[in-house]
Design a protein around this ligand. Sequence first.
Ligand code: MRU
Length: 363
Amino acid sequence: MNSTYKAFWLEGGDLVVIDQTLLPFKLATKTLKTSADATLAIQDMTVRGAGVIGNVAAFGVYLAARESQGDLEKIKNLAAVVRCARPTAVNLMWAVDRMITVLEKAASKKLDLIEVALKEAIAIADEDVIGTRNIGKFGCELIEAIAKTKPKGEPVNILTHCNAGWLAIVDRGSALAPIYEASDRGLNIHVWVDETRPRNQGANLTAWELGQSKIPHTLIADNTGGLLMQYGKVDLCIVGTDRVTRSGDVANKIGTYLKALAAFDNQVPFYVALPSSTFDMHIVDGLKEIAIETRSADEVLYMQGLQDNGELGKVRVAPLETSALNYGFDITPAKLVTGLITERGICEAAETAISAMFLDLIP
Ligand code: MRU
């Protein structure tokens, strides 16, 4: 795999992943040896983010091939379990389907399915690397254009939600790819990082990633973005996504829709960055057709963090008798999206524009 930053890598034929549930306080790894390990790692969010979920699912199919000694029917049964690990990010289904299609063809030619599966999973990851580099370049042009309008010394302020960096898609992320590119080009930027309750991917992961790359950033409570936009302190929003419909509706981490509404009200450009594997061309209406994951109420009722004794721990933040609802994602309608930053260029979030740029993806 050719990536610079790695959320996962191969070691002796097994898949090693960074355990994202422990960041930023502990940098630890887990070794996935079976397809069931891959499914669990996706479900318990050891790995997360649409792109990396897809990668781990693809390697999960390779692990399935290994454990079933290349028996296609057994691989398909195990792959079907991996495919259901989480419901919203379409990269998961896309990656498993691509792996199975390739394995079916290889089986008809009597090729070694373990070898073919490994090669294909690596190919998917390598394509992501090229994709995120291109997303970075196209998105950076937007940042560069704003930078030119700024008085000397004033940064371009970019707001992002959740984590759509290299922990979420190799090797530069989607929403963070233009930010990394802008930093490489020496542009003066500053990132507002939404904490992203309930699981705090912004506070735990995005702030950590940006800190590692020495990119100026400020963590804000999820509800702060609207006021910052009213104050004129946000030049543009860039978020990632887990699934985009043929008409440009966007599923992303819960809270994205509210940021898009605030951006619309304040004429702040609101961009969504994605590789083409995140399009779901089978569907049109995001609200009606995208399954929104519901996660454990405990993620809302408790918060995890570093305790004074240096250990990771969790505390309850609501009365013992209070129940909670925990939707993982929401839908931002296409009309609130200024544009889609893809590896092929920037595309209007509308069916005609998407179909024109991604004709080959339409079923
Ligand atoms: O629940 P998560 O952490 O997997 O959600 C991640 C997001 O919502 C990201 O913004 C999205 O996957 C885009 S990053 C490729």
